[in-house]
Ligand binder design. Sequence first.
Ligand code: ASP
Length: 458
Amino acid sequence: MIKIAKFGGSSVADADHFRRIKGIVESDPARRFVVVSACGRRGKGDSKVTDLLYLVNAHINYRVSYDDLLDDIAGRYFDIADDLGLAYPIREEFAAFADAVRAGDLSTEALVSRGEYFTARLMAEYLGLPFLDAADVVAFHHDGTLALDRTRELVRERAPKGGFVLPGFYGATREGQIKLLDRGGGDISGAILATCLSADLYENWTDVSGFLSADPRVVDNPESIARITYSEMRELSYMGASVLHEEAIFPVRDAEIPIVIKNTNRPDDPGTIISDTAGTSDSEPIITGITGKRDFVAVHVVKNHMCDEVGILRKTLSVFERYRVSVEHIPSGIDSFAVVVQGKDVKDSLWSIAADIKTEVEPDEIKVAEGLALISTVGRNMVDRPGVSGSLFAALGQEGISIRMIAQGSDEINIIVGVRDEDFDRAIRAIYSAFSDGDHILELSELKREEDALRRLR
Ligand code: ASP
């Protein structure tokens, strides 16, 4: 059994967190392959080491002194090493790094990558596992893209079989030039390693107990999601919810390796399992989660007998294409349709787009509705289940919220409604309460009971 345990920045923020991680790693013999981010925030108002390193880089570019910043960063590592009584010569190593920075010897990538490098060095000693440098196994092409096949080979050749600690977020080209993944890319490193080692499970340890079924700033105490499929997760994170770096999903999904999101501060919480083997029992929840985004714009195009005319949709969409605007939804009627796009994408071009549609499509009417919020209710269990959309629309109706748009993904795992921006929070709360009893999201068996009761009434 192989488990990859990836610990995010907040999980390695200080010596106390290192202790927690030791407890977690030692409690399960399958957890021998550890990936770490750079030390994150210790609390509100604190900084992430990676952000500080980027700041050092900016100071270099603007020729502003950065000595205090380097001291702050060094202090984070010295505190951890001293508190845990580690032998790694962090003071000498950090001084050599600071000298290289001052001498201008390091690229931005190399400089920033030291955040994870030092964290992993200290963690490796503390856990009693070998340190494996990501520069030696995570391979990049010169254009900065990942060379997955070569990475696989290098891991096979060089990675200690009994376990190790690997710094996330970076790798190197054949010539040893350091390259970075995206921000938050430690998640991707963990996923890459999981596929290269054909792991049984990819554990992503963070500071929350998995995905919540709604934003806790909107809904009081939303229930956490026990299990979610990859497609549901894509829907939820595309529309706003974020826990895991999206790119981290692809390599492990292809390899059919389940991911579990766990909380370093509450290791006994079950967390959220992301896997495609969906359960079928009646105790599955009716919906998985609700999320949404504000600031969409709908461009309505009305033309009588549009349904008999060929090419209108293509002409309209080609205008958006010309302005390089990605289209989110196209709800349509007999003589009209709307093109829904993100407000930020048409900030400067909206009126030019409308003018071009007017000349090229010659509609009877064109209307622009700004300030639209989209709310996506996601759930694999909604497929083929009558009554779900009914409850959703009824809940919005009872709240007096007018629905401006309705859409459903073709795989039927989500229902999207458009409401006015100002109704956003209220609408999410209404939908959440339609599917929950206050504490829990209702289970399928409960939906069935309701249906049976209704049937008896008829
Ligand atoms: N340290 C990097 C960042 O802050 C990568 C990571 O934390 O996953 O973006």
